[in-house]
Design a protein around this ligand. Structure first.
Ligand code: 4AD
Ligand code: MG
Length: 437
C-alpha cells in the first residue's frame, strides 16, 4: 500500500528540519553495515548527509533492501533529522523508509581507490559526482555569478557576440573552420572582441561571456580548445583605465569566492591565505624591464618575443599578487592593439599574470582607433582585408579611444582553486586529444 511521503527537502536546508520527518531524493555514494545498523552516505547535489538505518526501528523491507544496494543507487529516503555534532553537516538522518529508484547491476566504475587522470577523464560523466569535481564546479559557478554581477552593477550591457564568424579575431594559427553553405568556411570565434568594439560605440560599456575556440596544438596544463571567456570593452577608456577595471574585477571576484565558497575551498585543500593577499594595487611591470630581468636570470629570451609559460612563471613568482606586464612589442601581439606613442615598437597592452605559477589569465589592450594605422597593420599581418571592412568602418564613423580585455574563466578558476591542470575547471573538457564524453 502506498504511504504518503513527507515533504522533500534539500540536504543544504536540513538544519531547518530538526526532529522533523522529511524525504531526501538522491544517491547512495557509500554504505557501511555493522550488524543491525546500516550507515548510508547520501548525496543530493546540494550536500551530503549520513543516514542511519537500525533493524527493528526502520521499516523491515527497507532494512533488507538497503543491504542489497550498490554504490550510486538512486533512492528516496524518509527519516527524522537529528542533530549530531560529530557529523560534518551537523545532522544525521534516522532512516524510517527507503524507496529504490534504480539499483545498479554492476559496480560503479569510480571506486574509492585512486584512479589515473586518463581513466577519470574518460569517465567524466560519472566522475562529476565526486566531491572534488563538485567543489570545483561550484567555485566556477560562483565565479560566473560574481563576474556577471560585477558588470551588471557597473552599468555594462551584455552583448552576445557570434560564435560563427567571418573574420580572424586573434591568430590564423589556431582557427577552427566550419563549412558554411556557399560562402566557403566560417571560423569558430576565438574572441568576440571585434564585435564588442562595434557594440561599445553604441552602448559605451559592454561585455560578453561565452565559449571561445582555439585549435591549440599545444598540450599544456593551461590550454583547452574550447574555453569560456568574459570580455569587456569600453569607449573613451585608455590603457591605464583598462588596468584599473581589471584590478577591480579580480579583487571583487576573489572576495566573492572567499566569502561564498569556504566549504568548497576547504574540500579542495586551497591555501586561502594566498587568496587573501590579492588586494589592490597590482604591480605593473614594463615588458622591456621584464625581459632584461629574465636575461639577468639566465633566460635566453630576446626582446620581441612573447613570454612563454616558463617565463611567466618566474616573473610572477616575484610577487604574491597578480602582476600586469605592460607594453609588449608590436610584433608579438595582435594586429588591433594601439601603437604606444612613446615607443612605436610597442603597443598599449597588458597581460595579467596570476601568482603561484598560473600564468596569464587576462589579455587586454587599448585598440588602434586610427583608420590608416589599423589598415596598415592588417596588411602587414597579411589578413584578408575584405573581411575587416566593417571593423575598419568603426574608425570612420565617430572613432574614439577605447580599450578592453578578455579573462579566461578556466585559467582563473584553476588559479582560484589551486589545482594543477585547467581540464578540471570545465565540466566537459575539450583538448587536442579529448572529445569524449
Ligand atoms: O590573450 P587572449 O588571446 O586575448 C583575446 O582573445 C582578446 N581578444 C581579449 C580581448 O581583449 N577582448 O585570450 C584572453 C584570455 C587569456 O588571457 C587566457 O586566460 C584565456 O583567454 N585563454 C585560454 N584559456 C584556455 N585555453 C586556451 N587555449 C586559451 N587561450 C586564451
Ligand atoms: Mg594572451
Amino acid at each position: 500500500m502506498k504511504q504518503n511521503a513527507p515533504s522533500t527537502v534539500s540536504i543544504a536546508d536540513i538544519a531547518n528540519y530538526e526532529n522533523q520527518e522529511i524525504q531526501i531524493t538522491g544517491w547512495l555514494y557509500n554504505l557501511r553495515s555493522k550488524g543491525k545498523i546500516h550507515f548510508l552516505q547520501l548525496r543530493d547535489g546540494t550536500g551530503r548527509i549520513q543516514g542511519v538505518a537500525v533493524q527493528g526501528e526502520c521499516d523491515s523491507a527497507t532494512f533488507e533492501t538497503i543491504g542489497n544496494l550498490k554504490m550510486e543507487a538512486s533512492v528516496l529516503v524518509c527519516g527524522r533529522v537529528r542533530k549530531d555534532v560529530r557529523a560534518p553537516s551537523g545532522y544525521e538522518l534516522t532512516v524510517s523508509r527507503l524507496t529504490v529508484v534504480q539499483n545498479p547491476q554492476e559496480d560503479f566504475p569510480i571506486a574509492k581507490k585512486e584512479h589515473g587522470i586518463d581513466f577519470l577523464l574518460e569517465n567524466r560523466h560519472l566522475w562529476l559526482r565526486s566531491s572534488l569535481p563538485i567543489a570545483l564546479l561550484r567555485v566556477r559557478h560562483e565565479a560566473i555569478a560574481s563576474l556577471r554581477n560585477f558588470y551588471y552593477n557597473r552599468g555594462f550591457v551584455l552583448i552576445d557576440t557570434p560564435i560563427l564568424t567571418g573574420s580572424i579575431g586573434e591568430s590564423a594559427g589556431t582557427l577552427f573552420e566550419v563549412p558554411y553553405f556557399d560562402m566557403g568556411n566560417a571560423y569558430l570565434a576565438q574572441t568576440g572582441q571585434l564585435y564588442l568594439e562595434a557594440a561599445c560605440m553604441a552602448f559605451g560599456k559592454v561585455f560578453n561571456f561565452g565559449p571561445t575556440f582555439r585549435a591549440e596544438k599545444s598540450k599544456t596544463r593551461r590550454h583547452l580548445t574550447e574555453f569560456w571567456m568574459l570580455e569587456a570593452e569600453v569607449a573613451y577608456l585608455d590603457n591605464e583605465g583598462n588596468l584599473q577595471l581589471q584590478e577591480d574585477m579580480i579583487c571583487a571576484l576573489v572576495e566573492d569566492i572567499l566569502s561564498r565558497c569556504q566549504e568548497e575551498l576547504k574540500t579542495l585543500g586551497r591555501d586561502v591565505e594566498k587568496l587573501k593577499d590579492i588586494t589592490p594595487p597590482f604591480p605593473r611591470l614594463d615588458y622591456g624591464d621584464a625581459v632584461r630581468w629574465l636575461q639577468g636570470q639566465g633566460s635566453g629570451i630576446e626582446w620581441g618575443s612573447d613570454l612563454g609559460a616558463e617565463e611567466e612563471t618566474v616573473l610572477a613568482d616575484r610577487y604574491d599578487k597578480p602582476v600586469f606586464v605592460v607594453n609588449y612589442p608590436k610584433k608579438a601581439k595582435a594586429f588591433y592593439m594601439k601603437e604606444n606613442p612613446d615607443n612605436p615598437q610597442t603597443v598599449l597592452c597588458a597581460d595579467l599574470l596570476a601568482p603561484e605559477g598560473y600564468g596569464e589569465i587576462i589579455g587586454g589592450s587599448q585598440r588602434e582607433d586610427d583608420h590608416d594605422k589599423l589598415l596598415s597593420r592588417i596588411r602587414e599581418e597579411k589578413l584578408p582585408e575584405e573581411t575587416y571592412t566593417w571593423y575598419l568602418e568603426l574608425r570612420r564613423f565617430g572613432s574614439v579611444p577605447h580599450s578592453g580585455f578578455g579573462i579566461g574563466l578556466e585559467r582563473t578558476v584553476t588559479w582560484l582553486c589551486g589545482i594543477h591542470h585547467i581540464r578540471e575547471a570545465i565540466p566537459f573538457p575539450r583538448t587536442i586529444s579529448r572529445l569524449y564524453p
